[in-house]
Unconditional design. Structure first.
Length: 311
């Protein structure tokens, strides 16, 4: 495990970077990747962001021009487990030189790591890292970092938000980040397709554990009928946790036939990471995930039984 000073020196000493995000990328992994790429360019390094796709809601994030080079160094950002590389796993597993992450449950295979489980977002770590690299926080870098911090804290509403998180966000405002634009794009704008999806998801809602747990789901058939793309799926996991009296919200998303990605969000002191660990997953105390194989009925029954025991 490296400290942040050692990470800074490592990045200064190497070149030709592939920067890996996790599959189904969110604001924190994308913000981290593009911010790091911009920072490396400042100190004369070449890099490219390797991702499984960029949702249209993040189209404002600045991207460097494509650079041709032979990869020498591989860095992952906000990737807590090998499987989270998705389709890039077979190409990069065992070849990652440095992992920068903020998940306390991190099990990712890398030659070196920096993990700060107290950071609200991976972009919060990068802000401090750039200070140790004498990287100038430009308008573009500030937008990237603010995107990651704001999305991973639910616009500073989640329990992972600390006073330090707010100080970093305030500094990014001083550096000119477009907070109003980003907040509107991330938290106040929905496509018509997203509204259709949310309406369909509410119809799947079921409760268990005396109303302390709410479960919603999407299936491949639902998504096909609605004509919904991955771009519209972000944010669904927050829906069941918002219900009065619910301590644990579970979102089931069928990714392949009879294969579900599970997202768990909790209130009060219910540990989402511990719940997901029963199924080989993990994450943060208030937000975690796992995957379960089986049809809709079987997976739902497994989750209901586990939730009733857990709560």
């Amino acid at each position: 495990m490296m400290n942040l000073y050692e990470v800074a020196r490592f990045l200064e000493a190497h070149d030709n970077y592939d920067i890996l995000t996790h599959a189904y990328p969110d604001g924190d992994t994308l913000g981290s990747a593009f911010a790091l790429s911009l920072a490396l360019a400042q100190i004369g390094k070449k890099s490219r962001v390797i991702t499984t796709g960029i949702p249209s809601s993040f189209k404002y994030l600045p991207k460097l021009d494509e650079q041709e080079f032979e990869t020498q160094t591989v860095v992952s950002v906000d990737v807590a487990a090998d499987s989270l590389l998705g389709s890039n796993m077979s190409q990069y597993i065992g070849k990652v030189d440095l992992c920068i992450d903020h998940h306390g449950s991190n099990t990712f295979t890398a030659k070196a790591k920096f993990v700060d489980k107290f950071a609200a977002a991976n972009c919060e770590i990068l802000y401090k890292l750039f200070q140790r690299m004498d990287v100038k926080i430009t308008h573009d870098i500030a937008n990237c970092l603010y995107t990651g911090i704001s999305t991973d804290t639910g616009c500073f509403r989640y329990t992972n938000t600390t006073a330090e998180t707010m100080r970093v966000a305030a500094s990014l405002m001083d550096f000119g980040c477009d907070t109003a634009y980003i907040n509107k794009a991330m938290f106040e704008t929905k496509t018509k397709n997203k509204i259709m999806l949310e309406r369909a998801v509410y119809d799947t809602m079921k409760y268990c554990a005396d109303g302390k747990c709410a479960i919603i789901h999407t299936t491949l058939d639902m998504i096909e009928k609605l004509g919904i793309g991955d771009d519209e799926m972000e944010g669904l996991a927050s829906i069941p946790r918002q219900i009065e009296g619910v301590l644990m919200g579970i979102t089931m998303r069928e990714k392949q036939k009879d294969f579900f990605k599970i997202s768990v969000r909790t209130n009060e002191n219910i540990n989402a990471s511990d719940f997901c660990a029963q199924f080989g997953g993990g994450g943060h105390p208030a937000a975690a995930g796992c995957t379960i194989e089986g049809d809709l009925k079987t997976v739902t029954e497994k989750l209901v039984k586990a939730a009733e025991r857990f709560l």
